[in-house]
Write a protein that binds this ligand. Structure first.
Ligand code: SAM
Length: 271
């Protein structure tokens, strides 16, 4: 079977990496595990041996030849032949996720997962993407991805994975990351839609000061530029002038939440 690059079909062949991923998720017989991307089933079979049930989502029906072999031996695996981005993940009832993700959907699938209830997700990403996810404020990798993910989960780096662990070899290094859903948020966000727009606006200009960044990308929070400028120069937001004067990439996660909620309040009051 010819592997489809467009579907990110770089299959794992290194069993040590499979073990590392499964150990990081601390899989046990009570777990219902979601996997995205069956491939030839190297991860699926190992998960099935250790957990109560695996639910695997796979888009490519050409992989059915491998599936047919797998189900002869394992009876605790359910497969959903569909695009993971189109499946209602909230209905599936899993408590853990382990997956060697197709890289072209890393970002949307991660945010879709972070909207679900789960304990831990152990996921393979491109190395650079993984670094951006876990980056702390003040570093050059810190950005919208870091803020959006770290608001919803604790990011732990498990290990770097070299191209030789896959067949065919991808062109770049990969990394396994463990995401643990946060019970206590860093800061309660009043409106998540506004928060996401606010972050987009900020990190389009990560090296600018925060006030300038927001004014430049006012459209991201559905504001007219002049109106936002007026609000950000008003007495209403004066107590946050220190934060507004900081460079975007120096803002901590908490500072972003505080500023976001207060701006949201002031904008709504002015309407
Ligand atoms: N788990 C296998 C392994 O570790 O060898 C396969 C991993 S491979 C990187 C990614 C898998 O995801 C491929 O089997 C590919 O066909 C599948 N895939 C790609 N896009 C998908 C999508 N949108 N929804 C579900 N599966 C997808």
């Amino acid at each position: 079977m010819r592997q489809n690059k467009k579907l990110g079909q770089c299959f794992l062949k290194d069993k040590n990496i499979v073990k590392k991923a499964i150990n990081a998720a601390n899989i046990n017989k009570n777990d219902i595990v979601l996997e995205i991307g069956l491939g030839k089933g190297i991860l699926t079979k190992e998960l099935a041996k250790r957990c109560k049930k695996v639910i695997v989502i796979e888009l490519d029906k050409k992989l059915e030849i491998f599936w047919d072999e797998i189900i002869k031996e394992y009876h605790n695996i359910e497969i959903i032949w569909n695009d993971a981005l189109k499946v209602n993940l909230k209905e599936l009832g899993f408590n853990k996720v382990v997956a060697n993700l197709p890289y072209q959907i890393s970002s949307p699938v991660t945010f879709k997962l972070l909207d679900c209830d789960f304990e831990v997700a152990v996921l393979m990403y491109q190395y650079e993407f993984a670094k951006r996810m876990g980056a702390p404020s003040g570093t050059k990798e810190y950005g919208r991805l870091s803020v959006s993910v770290q608001y919803r989960a604790v990011v732990d780096y498990v290990c770097k994975v070299s191209p030789s662990a896959f067949s065919p070899k991808p062109k770049v290094d990969s990394a396994i990351v463990k995401l643990t859903k946060k019970n206590e948020p860093i800061h309660n966000i009043d409106n998540w839609e506004f928060f996401d727009g606010f972050n987009r606006a900020l990190f389009q200009h990560r090296n600018k000061n925060t006030k300038k960044a927001l004014i430049h990308s006012a459209h991201e929070i559905n504001m007219d530029r002049d109106k936002l400028k007026e609000l950000l120069n008003s007495n209403e937001i004066m107590e946050f002038n220190d934060l507004l004067g900081k460079k975007v990439y120096m803002l901590s996660l908490k500072e972003i939440g505080v500023l976001c909620n207060n701006l949201y309040k002031i904008i709504n009051k002015s309407k």
